[in-house]
Design a protein around this ligand. Structure first.
Ligand code: IPE
Ligand code: IPE
Ligand code: MG
Length: 611
């Protein structure tokens, strides 16, 4: 990461006045000019499509605005391709698909001949955005060409979640990458989802007239049925008491959904200003919808300039102040192409590096190959007590624990271990407070995005269930799994939302299904059959199971794999251990005698000397 100290090509557009005052430090290359033109086009597209979004992007720091325009323009281009009335639905779907495929190709190449994709690819590379999260949204836009009907709000919400949320999430990642996280606490997630629903409903109400002109009515049947007669009147372009009642009810609902004051609690004040202002603009838009009456069926209403200025003027002052207090960062130029279907491992792995040495120069012990464990699994316990003993909140213990986990990976690589499995969050840990859970999961997510493990020869995998885990964490886990799958050094499996009984239950279910399908005969099921249906069938048995934190239990960890593990319990709290403790554990293991139920061969009998 570097702290932003100078504007780059793309930022020049965002600060035209500053540029005019300064003599050109260097002449721009053809590539710079193409990029500037690409971003300028994205900016124009955003302003024309949605002036409110353009105004919101202006509340972002100058260095982030081009990325905001690129993301927005890409979404608009895809929407336009899906909407072009000159073509049949199948042709429009093919155009959306072709654009999406071209983006994947461009991401791999790191450039594009299409200006909007060129800006988007540059944005993804510059801010290390993983655009694979947009795949689902792009597919949803493609499928929109066939028209949509929703039976109820649940179906409507699923559509909204699929098509809109991933784009908003990219903006959140952007803020995070710049060091000003738009972090959502777990308990605010529902507020965030409602807010996005509200924004979408506002859009639908605004575009009601133009959409009806194309035969589209994007409200759920459940809502239409609540105002009998409204649907028929709307489809015939007739304003009636029933339509007025429907629109009134919908604007009330949207207003309620976008009013989520608690959503921005704990966020960076600059990011919070952008979200709060967007809520104000949406409410102003809903006022305009309310005020439009029958005119709503003819054209999209807009709030007055005065209403907008009343919201935007103080917001500009607030955001300028908030951003001036934060030195933003741009990630270093480390990673090459970020592919929409996963980056190319070969391209990424040219930059693999060895683990950093111990500052005290400690080196791993020599262990005979036949005495070396293949698989070490660790229950990383004692973070909370470590923090409490220091008068710190428990969350500090979890943050400190991350460094110990890095040490284990370094130590495992140095000693030549093949498999390391770390227990990071159990299915039972949901019993903890929301604050603590958020800290643990957020620390893991951050580490996946920018931790020092990324460039080591480590194949990363995740064991556990998505369940209630934040979506961005699940995406990051899957991304890292894809990105590192071809690495051959250490296999690191991190267990998150993992429960041993859950794993066994899922395996039993998979086996039952296989039996039902006739793939296995129930009366012949063997241990090998069971092992083949485990979520990670290639995970070897655990040789050494180590728990820190002075507890002697296994807490629902790897019951299938650890039945014959050598157990090792140590008193230190997790943040206090380092790779030397791993080496000690392995050394002790190498001295143990493992019998696996067999009797040891008896020592040779000493014969009495013959007379
Ligand atoms: C282990 O540390 C980390 C997790 C369970 C996530 P703890 O948080 O259990 O720490 P103690 O056992 O309360 O000290
Ligand atoms: C086990 O630790 C789970 C992890 C280390 C992730 P806990 O601290 O949750 O286990 P118990 O509650 O002491 O058994
Ligand atoms: Mg514990």
């Amino acid at each position: 990461m570097r702290v932003i100290s100078q504007s780059t090509t793309a930022d020049l557009d965002a600060a035209p006045r500053a540029r005019r005052r300064r003599p050109a430090a260097r002449s721009l290359t053809g590539e710079d000019l193409t990029l500037r033109a690409a971003y300028r086009l994205c900016r124009r597209t955003t302003r024309q499509h949605d002036p409110a979004i353009h105004a919101l992007i202006q509340l972002m720091p100058a260095v982030l605005r081009p990325a905001g325009w690129a993301l927005w323009a890409a979404a608009s281009v895809l929407d336009d391709l899906a909407d072009q009335r000159d073509a049949e639905p199948a042709e429009r779907a093919a155009r959306v698909e072709a654009w999406t495929e071209a983006l994947q190709h461009d991401l791999a190449a790191g450039t594009s001949t299409d200006p909007v994709r060129h800006a988007l690819v540059h944005t993804a590379l510059r801010w290390r955005l993983d655009l694979s999260g947009l795949q689902g949204a792009m597919i949803s836009t493609r499928d929109d060409v066939h028209g949509r009907r929703f039976a109820d709000w649940t179906e409507w919400r699923a559509w909204c979640n699929e098509g809109i949320t991933p784009w908003v999430d990219q903006v959140r990642h952007l803020f995070e990458q710049a060091g000003a996280p738009m972090t959502l606490r777990l308990d605010r997630r529902v507020d965030y989802e409602r807010f996005i629903d509200g924004a979408q409903l506002t859009d639908i109400l605004t575009d009601l007239g133009p959409d009806l002109g194309q035969g589209l009515l994007l409200l759920p049947q459940e809502a239409l049925d609540a105002c009998p007669g409204a649907e028929g009147d709307l489809r015939q372009g007739r304003w009636s008491p029933a339509t007025a009642a429907l629109i009134g009810a919908m604007t009330d609902l949207a207003r309620q959904w976008v009013t989520r004051p608690a959503m921005t609690t704990g966020m960076h004040p600059g990011a919070a200003t952008v979200l709060d202002t967007s809520a104000c603009l949406l409410r102003a838009q809903l006022d305009a919808v309310d005020a439009a009456g029958p005119a709503l069926l003819k054209r999209a209403p807009r709030p007055s300039l005065v209403a907008r200025a009343r919201i935007l003027t103080p917001a500009r002052i607030r955001s300028r102040l908030a951003w001036s207090l934060t030195p933003l960062t741009v990630p270093g130029p480390r990673r090459p192409a970020v592919n929409a279907s996963g980056p190319s491992p070969a391209a990424e792995d040219t930059a693999l590096r060895p683990p950093p040495p111990r500052p005290d120069g400690a080196r791993p012990p020599q262990i005979d190959a036949d005495r070396m464990p293949s698989h070490v699994a660790i229950i990383m316990d004692g973070n909370g007590r470590w923090a409490e003993q220091r008068g710190l909140p428990r969350s500090e213990g979890h943050r400190a624990g991350t460094a110990a986990a890095h040490e284990m990976v370094y130590g495992a690589l140095e000693i030549g271990l093949r498999h390391l499995t770390l227990y990071a969050f159990s299915t039972e840990n949901w019993k903890r407070g929301t604050e603590e859970i958020t800290t643990i999961l957020e620390a893991i997510r951050r580490d996946l995005d920018e931790g020092p493990i990324r460039d080591l020869d480590v194949r990363q995998r995740w064991s556990g269930r998505p369940g209630k885990l934040p979506e961005e964490l699940v995406r990051a886990l899957m991304r890292e799994e894809r990105r590192t799958h071809a690495r051959t050094g250490l296999t690191l499996t991190v267990c998150i939302n993992y429960g041993g009984r859950d794993e066994i239950t899922r395996t039993a279910a998979a086996l039952a299904q296989a039996a039902q399908a006739g793939d296995v005969a129930p009366h012949l099921i063997s241990e090998d059959d069971f092992a083949r249906h485990l979520p990670h069938p290639d995970m070897p048995d655990v040789d050494l199971l180590w728990r820190t934190g002075n507890e002697q239990r296994t807490s629902n960890f790897l019951p299938w794999h650890a039945t014959y593990a050598e157990l090792h319990f140590t008193p230190d709290h997790w943040p206090d251990v380092d790779r030397r403790d791993l080496w000690r554990a392995i050394t002790e293991y190498s001295r143990r005698q493992r019998r696996h139920g067999a009797a040891l061969p008896s020592p040779p009998l000493r014969r009495s000397p013959r007379n």
